[in-house]
Write a protein that binds this ligand. Sequence first.
Ligand code: NAD
Length: 353
Amino acid sequence: MKVVVLPGDGIGPETMAVTVDVLQTVSDKFGLNLVLMHDIAGHDSLKKHGATVTPALLDKVKNADGLMLGPMATYDFKDEAKGEINPSKFFRKSLDLFANIRPSRTYPGIKTITSPFDLVVVRENTEGFYADRNVESGNSEILVTPDVAISLRRITRDCCERIARSAFQLAMQRRRHLTLVHKHNVLKITDGIFLDACHRVAAEFPEVTVDDIIVDAMMAHVVRAPDRFDVIVTTNMFGDILSDLTAELSGSLGLGGSLNAGLHNAMGQAAHGSAPDIAGQDIANPLSLVTSAAMLLGWHAHRSGNQAYLQASRAIETAITTCIAAGESTRDIGGKLGTHATGQALVKRLQQS
Ligand code: NAD
């Protein structure tokens, strides 16, 4: 398996270094022959190539089996004409990575404010309220006058159906319950299409029970009783916000794994951003990115039929659980280790398993 590795900005280089060590360890242990192809994106690429991402990098990714993208300082990238392209958007759009899978669960060893839970947010990734991916050319935010602006939210039946199908397929592998999150009471046309598409796809999955919740009420329900949820499917921005909440409820935003998957490509990427407030201090939690790498291996196992990748993916998840239970973790989840030492602990657990 060939994987392009882009460390990213802020805490990215620190957390990606841990992720690379973990990937190398499981490659040796499970005979995966992983080929890690290191390159740059974000600020480093802007300095070196005049753009945060380049067409040559896209070709490289297209010719690989997967991509690990570190967190990007997207807030800094304001003008595409100056090469300041949002790398997340670039890969999601160019590779049509329509399904953003974001699991969150509680772990023994982390105190949380909720009951234990294990859920997955399935977020549509290619349209919705994201102005930089809604239109072929330009941007779907419009400045009408200096004081009047419009943001357009694109919702298409095709995109709703394919994200719904991904969510139902995932629910079939889990506890067979799917929650649709929407704002149909206000966004009657767009979320009407979303709900209708989900209910049509539901007919293909009669074993899955379905309910639906309005997004604002969902914020209360998921805090009050997260254990009632299994798989949750929603549109782009609702899923982005909800999945940060569920990651934090599980103990830390630094735990949130995230896989962006299309029909032919996938990209592992932490749910969080570049966290400039803690960058370079060796305190960032690397587990979000490591979990995302495990998800990428699991995706490749499914695609290639090679079970060694699934074993490696599960071994990483087990090592994470064991390390957390033993307090071998960063301080955001109550541990005392730095980023690098957490990586060393993970590698040791993997070698011993
Ligand atoms: P953020 O997710 O980077 O950080 C939010 C808070 O969570 C901060 O207090 C941070 O210290 C903490 N945090 C995040 N990751 C952590 C980790 N691994 N371990 C411990 N604590 C962690 O959000 P932000 O500060 O709003 O954004 C910073 C930059 O990241 C911005 O440029 C934003 O646009 C970008 N961003 C990028 C992505 C992405 O690349 N996918 C996602 C979200 C935000």
